[in-house]
Design a binder for this molecule. Structure first.
Ligand code: FCB
Length: 450
């Protein structure tokens, strides 16, 4: 029996430009910060890069066919900002047309981490002007595609981009600024606000944002651990959602840390809190935090290590099951974060789960031509049931998108981590539907429709 969802619930699949497109220099496209980062020895596992990635730029038509055949309603992808800057909008024109002709609704994200290197050279997200450049990017796209694209997502996971790329140095642009990275958070939020304004002005039908959220629990009820967990959650969850959904930062210190004069900040927050039509939640795993204990080694707990001088330390989440990426499998964390968001934000718009999925190191197709990925099926099944539990608890959730449609370049982890419903042989670029693709197709077909 498949989990059941209300009539009209939207099923989809997600990807991002840098992770799948390849075609690194096509049409005069310049480098993004990820092209620079991947070229640095030791930055990415096995020294891999995304110059070819899944070669989706050249194979988009057959990829869209594979996506559409599963019966999904929506396909979430992102625009490569450097490609758009180079004026190569034809690719997205063709992609959108192909999706629409196949009966799939395009749900593009304006920005999914691939900042043009030329903007990074001018200060990147630490420079306020980058927010205005994102608004120009939004404008170019809505003018070109707004006659066919109804649903838009502004930014992807501003928190992960800020934490991994600006506070730490594990992702591009590898700045390692610690708490000094807060201006990068504010400028992305401002970019979001400006983009909403541009999209609305041009008549966009439905606008949202994709945010990674996770429950943060304290390792014990010791007040020091509880306090450490609250600080971590404020920095990684609420700093990015309170401005959008409440119009302010969660804490005076964070408000001061973004480095914008008070009067200007109030004007920025007015923009940032613009009404949204949906709120995208990306969910992978919860986090457990304790107050740092002197002499204890915390390395290797999260995918990235938090510096020892921070007032919080991650400890392993208790879970019997982990993905091959080492991420804890905790479906109840998804119900938990959805209920928490609903309780924290009285005006929470309808939620769409804009990403959820798991990396398993799938074997290539066997003699039967199939890729057997039962663990991914059980992961997706359990998380869809967790969404259904949140709906029962009164949270309005309108859709669910699997990360990812297709195996791709998993940032600093390269190609070992496979999240796709479609298997890619990275030496031949041949595609094979995994068993999870067939399962997802059947689950969608088994839903009541209105
Ligand atoms: C999210 C990213 C997405 C993908 C998944 C696994 O944090 O938004 O691009 O890498 O993780």
């Amino acid at each position: 029996m498949y989990p059941q969802f209300p009539p009209g619930f939207r099923f989809g699949m997600s990807t991002s430009a840098y992770q799948i497109e390849g075609a690194a220099d096509a049409g005069g496209k310049g480098p993004s910060i990820w092209d620079t980062f991947t070229a640095r020895p030791g930055a990415v596992r096995h020294g891999q890069d995304a110059r070819v990635a899944s070669d989706h730029y050249h194979r988009y038509a057959s990829d869209v066919d594979l996506i559409a055949e599963a019966g999904v309603h929506d396909y979430r992808f992102s625009f490569s900002w450097p490609r758009v800057l180079a004026g190569d909008l034809d690719f997205y024109d063709r992609l959108v047309d192909r999706l629409l002709a196949s009966g799939v609704r395009p749900v593009p994200t304006l920005y999914h981490w691939d900042l043009p290197q030329e903007l990074e050279d001018a200060g990147g997200w630490m420079n306020r002007d980058t927010a205005h450049r994102l608004a120009d990017h939004a404008s170019a796209l809505v003018l070109r595609l707004g006659d066919r694209v109804r649903d838009w997502i502004t930014m992807n996971e501003m928190n992960v981009h800020t934490l991994y790329g600006y506070a730490l140095a594990d992702h591009a642009p590898a700045r390692g600024l610690g708490l000094g990275a807060l201006p990068a958070a504010h400028h992305q939020l401002l970019a979001h606000g400006l983009a909403v304004q541009v999209l609305r002005t041009h008549g966009a039908g439905s606008i949202g944002v994709a945010q990674q959220h996770f429950p943060v629990t304290a390792a014990s009820d010791d007040p020091a651990d509880v306090e450490a967990a609250a600080i971590f959650s404020a920095l990684t969850n609420w700093t990015f959602s309170d401005p959008i959904l409440l119009g302010d930062y969660p804490d005076e210190l964070i408000r001061a840390g973004v480095g914008v004069p008070e009067a200007q900040l109030d004007r920025d927050l007015e923009l940032i809190r613009a009404r949204l039509d949906f709120y995208g939640v990306n969910y992978y795993e919860p986090t457990m935090i304790e107050a740092p204990k002197a002499g204890k080694d915390y390395s290797g707990v999260l995918e990235v290590d938090i510096p020892a001088d921070m007032p919080f330390s991650p400890v392993p989440v208790k879970s019997d099951e982990r993905t091959d990426f080492g991420w804890a499998v905790v479906p109840a964390g998804l119900t938990d974060i959805l209920v928490t968001l609903r309780d924290r934000y009285p005006d929470l718009p309808p939620v769409i789960i804009t990403e959820n999925g798991a990396s398993f190191h799938d074997s290539p197709p066997g003699p039967d031509g199939r890729v057997h990925d039962e663990r991914r099926i059980s992961y997706l099944d359990a998380h869809l049931r967790a969404v259904s539990d949140a709906i029962t608890a009164g949270v309005r959730v309108d859709g669910y998108y699997v990360w990812s449609a297709i195996d791709n370049f998993e940032w600093a982890a390269g190609y070992d981590e496979r999240f796709g419903l479609i298997y890619v042989d990275f030496s031949t670029l041949e595609r094979t539907k995994k068993d999870s693709w067939f399962w997802y197709r059947d689950l969608i077909a088994a839903q009541p429709r209105n």
